[in-house]
Design a protein around this ligand. Structure first.
Ligand code: ZN
Length: 120
């Protein structure tokens, strides 16, 4: 099946539930273009999860993340661990896939208490 034409989608235009979060000093902010590239890559791989069916177009995430959400990296032994901070619970996302669930919730206006990302 042909890939649908991606539609530029700016997550900064949605009503974010993100909050300013204190980032531990051993973390490093991942540049936004890299964060968005990860979101787009994971979206392409999420075809059969029931997630993408909630959005009636194929987004190409551009410009920025929902307000106050940041992707951070930290070194743990030989591994690089990625975390997304900004959730109102104060907890962080351990994977882009879980964060995508929350992104869809923001896009459809579910409210974080009704979101299936598992952080609240
Ligand atoms: Zn959520």
């Amino acid at each position: 099946m042909a890939q649908p034409q991606p539609f530029p989608t700016d997550l900064t235009h949605y009503n974010s539930d993100g909050v300013v979060t204190v980032i531990p000093p051993d973390h490093t902010a991942v540049p936004i273009q890299q964060f968005l590239a990860s979101l787009n890559r994971r979206w392409r791989n999420a075809k059969n999860t029931g997630l993408v069916q909630q959005i009636p177009w194929f987004p190409d995430f551009i410009n920025g993340a929902p307000t106050h959400y940041t992707l951070q990296s930290m070194r743990s032994g030989n591994a690089i661990v990625l975390k997304v901070f900004g959730h109102p619970s104060g907890r962080y996302f351990r994977s882009i896939d879980t964060f995508l669930i929350h992104v869809v919730s923001i896009m459809v206006g579910n409210g974080f208490a009704n979101c299936n990302c598992g952080l609240f």
